[in-house]
Design a protein around this ligand. Structure first.
Ligand SMILES: Cc1cc2nc3c(=O)[nH]c(=O)nc-3n(C[C@H](O)[C@H](O)[C@H](O)COP(=O)(O)OP(=O)(O)OC[C@H]3O[C@@H](n4cnc5c(N)ncnc54)[C@H](O)[C@@H]3O)c2cc1C
Length: 370
């Protein structure tokens, strides 16, 4: 089967590897150089669903030494002043042996490993352009050109989308009073605030807040920004130094009504983009790749390409819908009026603390998808 992939970000690149492994010939179109692809300052939470996908295609063992595992995930309601801790023992039995709830990965390291892996695969041709000369040459076209996809605009594929009235600020910070293997999701009235371990005392802060407050905080001096962080972090955790300049980006919600248009199939952020709370973005993109590769590897579809887009779109719908509802609910929970919702919030935290079954269900949906 001849496949074109538009976009060689983390979704398109992994799709190229997975589809090439099923025996397809892949032309991978990308407008940026490898250097530009690698030099993005992003940090991802990697779940067990991604670990399994990377293991199946043989990249995991090379990649894992570059990832930071975490064994504790503390979810804090800062208005209630209550914490629920998710532990490795809340995962499925088969996942507990990895001794990690998940891993934190810096973009540069995983993009570099994946691009190096691609160079060793003969049936992937990297084509440095943004224009496919003749689409008739391909049986399927995988569109992974990101959330501002021009291909999707050209094909007029409708989607449900809105902009949160929030921006996301990311910064690398040295912290005191935290174990190097714990992560935090702090449900703060301004918006969710995540602390992700990067090794030793270094942590990535990912916080979302209103555009006005976020713009104000982005203009603070480093020492005032540290003071601001100390007002959000739980007591006992002290921010020491900001290691880089904080970055910010707007937060969008995008959900395509269909994940295909004719022989064009939408993967990754072309099909969906959610709030960064919960670190689901990349994992969901890679589950798209895994689903498509599974369908294409079935002998029946080797000569019946026509059904692939529809089956793919149907197969991905419920996972993407569930994660979109979960992430959006977390944002609304975090920002809900405490005086009005104090009782439901107390109840949710009480249930989470008391019931290991509920904790297991939640962590399993977040780590494995639906
Ligand atoms: C500013 C920013 C910061 C982010 N930070 C984080 C973070 O800290 N943590 C996190 O978990 N997630 C983060 N994300 C989301 C995360 O980057 C994505 O989930 C992940 O990269 C997968 O995206 P993708 O491959 O589907 O799309 P992208 O990474 O956007 O890749 C799309 C690729 O397609 C290429 N392309 C576009 N148009 C064409 C064309 N016409 N022809 C050829 N190539 C084309 C682009 O050059 C790009 O390389 C961030 C996103 C953005 C935009």
């Amino acid at each position: 089967m001849n496949i074109a992939i538009i976009g060689s970000g983390l979704t398109g690149s992994l799709a190229a590897i997975s589809l090439a492994k099923t025996g397809c010939t892949v032309d991978l179109y990308e407008r940026l150089s490898n250097e530009e692809l690698i030099n993005r300052d992003r940090t991802y939470a990697i779940t067990h669903s991604s670990r399994k996908i990377l293991e199946n295609i043989g990249i995991w063992s090379d990649l894992v030494s570059n990832l930071i595992p975490f064994q504790y995930l503390n979810v804090i309601d800062s208005e209630l002043n209550k914490t629920v801790q998710f532990l490795v023992k809340d995962l499925n039995n088969s996942q507990q042996k990895y001794l990690a709830i998940g891993w934190i990965a810096e973009h540069r390291k995983i993009m570099l490993s994946i691009l190096e892996f691609i160079t060793d695969i003969n049936n992937i041709n990297k084509i440095p352009t943004s224009v496919i000369p003749n689409t008739n040459n391909y049986d399927l076209i995988v569109v992974a050109d990101g959330s501002n996809s021009l291909t999707k605009k050209k094909l007029k594929t409708p989607s449900f989308n809105f902009k949160y009235d929030q921006i996301c600020i990311t910064a690398k910070v040295l912290l005191r009073g935290v174990k190097s293997n714990e992560a935090f999701e702090i449900l703060n009235s301004e918006g969710p605030f995540a602390v992700l371990p990067l090794g030793g005392d270094l942590f990535q802060i990912v916080c979302s807040q209103s555009v006005i407050k976020g713009t104000y905080n982005m203009n603070l001096s480093k020492s005032l920004f540290l003071d601001y962080l100390s007002t959000i972090l739980p007591s006992g955790i002290e921010p020491d130094t900001i290691v880089d300049e904080p970055n910010s980006f707007p937060i969008k919600f995008v959900f395509n009504y269909s994940f295909f248009s004719g022989k064009y199939i939408y993967l990754g952020e072309t099909a969906h983009k959610f709030h960064p709370v919960g670190g689901q973005g990349l994992n969901l993109c890679w589950r798209d790749v895994d689903c498509l590769a599974n369908i294409i590897s079935k002998p029946f579809f080797k000569h019946n390409f026509t059904f692939i887009p529809l089956l793919y779109s149907f197969s991905r719908f419920f996972d993407v819908l569930t994660i979109s509802v979960l992430t959006d609910s977390l944002v609304r929970y975090s920002r809900s009026d405490f005086n009005v919702f104090v009782l439901p919030r107390r109840f949710i935290f009480y249930i989470l603390k008391k019931s290991s079954v509920i904790r297991r269900v939640i962590i399993n949906v977040l780590t494995n998808g639906v």
